[in-house]
Design a binder for this molecule. Structure first.
Ligand SMILES: *Cc1c(COP(=O)(O)O)cnc(C)c1O
Length: 356
């Protein structure tokens, strides 16, 4: 155990009105904060503090060269009132992998996990109790050294923020239309696609805006080299259910290794599906749709858990599923994962870490 300092905040009597929550707009009273300085030998002074604005030098390297990474996970109020995190050690591990890729410092995994737990414990009254609601946990790290030199920063800030959030689909689990882009790429092998690096998301915005204009909710990304193989959908991993197989793109270096993806793979294998991590071409999807052996497509990620696809547009081709009903396997996976998260289904794999 490492001691985390604690400065209390005046409890602002902010009442969370669940129905009014807009994703990522409401923040709790406290943050976890610690600073890294290579001259001082590493991370200093881990502290849970009152929410406050940051004061930074305008030359802080994050503003210029983008050394910035983040994570995303949730705390759930389970049906018996206990507060649960879903596989937080995986987020800790991925944060450190992202840090390594972006030449940023490692954080002691025990300390990071303890910081998630302590901060959620302090703020647990902020977790909405309504079904489908949760407390989103956003850890991030930025380079703070004031310097225009292009090299890794010598100082960093690591912060964890919390935000109460509602269900991703307030009107119920509804499939979404997606558009395949062959105009932009998200990530390339040996680039930063495997890391949760802030710049990846800035680079994806143009495609997202253009897809929205045409009435599509998400972008389906193809591989950067051949523009032939499917990679991800928005900021989610993608699964395709064929008649005789469930497939997802293999982690090839440009795909973000999702924790929901990992959990879905485990469930499907245990349920006896023929599951493969492999390359899946967009042509295979179109062909198998036409010959009737493509049954459903869905995305996986912490925010929406499972996101079923209603239709998929690629050039002049249109693959259509139901506009109203999520795919059969999507629903089954959604129910299983949210069941474990909210404590309605037995946690057979030890996925849950309790905060209290
Ligand atoms: C975060 C993220 C995912 C999903 O990861 P989870 O751990 O399942 O939330 C998938 N793709 C991208 C690009 C992401 O940023």
């Amino acid at each position: 155990m490492i001691d985390i300092n604690f400065e209390t905040a005046e409890k602002e009597s902010k009442v969370v009105i669940p129905e009014k929550l807009i994703f990522g707009r409401t923040f709790t009273d406290h943050i976890f904060e610690m600073d890294y300085d290579s001259a001082l030998g590493g991370w200093q002074n881990p502290t849970i503090k009152k929410m406050h604005n940051l004061s930074m030098h305008p030359a802080a390297m994050v503003f210029h060269y983008g050394q910035a990474i983040f994570e995303g996970l949730k705390a759930y109020k389970q049906i018996d009132g206990r507060v649960a995190l879903f596989r937080p050690e995986k987020n800790v591990e991925r944060m450190n992998k992202s840090a390594a890729r972006m030449s940023m410092p490692q954080i002691d995994p025990e300390l990071m996990l303890q910081a998630f737990i302590e901060l959620v414990r302090v703020e647990k009254e902020w977790i909405p109790t309504k079904p489908g609601y949760s407390l989103y946990i956003r850890p991030f790290m930025i380079a703070t050294e004031p310097c225009f030199g292009v090299r890794p920063s010598e100082s960093y800030k690591f912060i964890i923020m919390l935000s109460p959030v509602g269900p991703y689909y307030p009107e119920g689990f509804k499939p979404v239309p997606i558009m395949v882009t062959d105009k932009y790429v998200r990530a390339v092998r040996k680039g930063t696609g495997e890391a949760k690096a802030a710049g990846n998301y800035a680079a994806g915005l143009a495609a997202q805006v253009e897809a929205k204009k045409e009435g599509y909710t998400q972008v389906l990304w193809l591989d950067a080299i051949e523009q032939k193989y499917i990679e991800e959908v928005g900021a989610m991993n993608i699964f395709v259910r064929f008649k005789d197989e469930v497939a997802t793109p293999a982690l090839n270096g440009s795909i973000l290794p999702g924790i929901t993806r990992l959990s879905v793979l485990q469930l499907l294998r245990d349920w006896g599906y023929n599951v493969n991590e492999r390359t899946i071409s967009i042509d295979e999807i179109i062909d198998r749709y036409k010959n009737g052996t493509l049954l459903e497509i869905f995305g996986t990620g912490t925010a929406a858990v499972i996101s079923s696809v209603s239709k998929l547009k690629y050039k002049d081709e249109l693959v259509r599923f139901s506009d109203n009903d999520a795919g059969e396997l999507s629903v089954k996976l959604y129910d299983e994962l949210t069941g474990v998260q909210y404590g309605k289904i037995k946690d057979r794999y030890n996925w849950i870490t309790y905060v209290d």
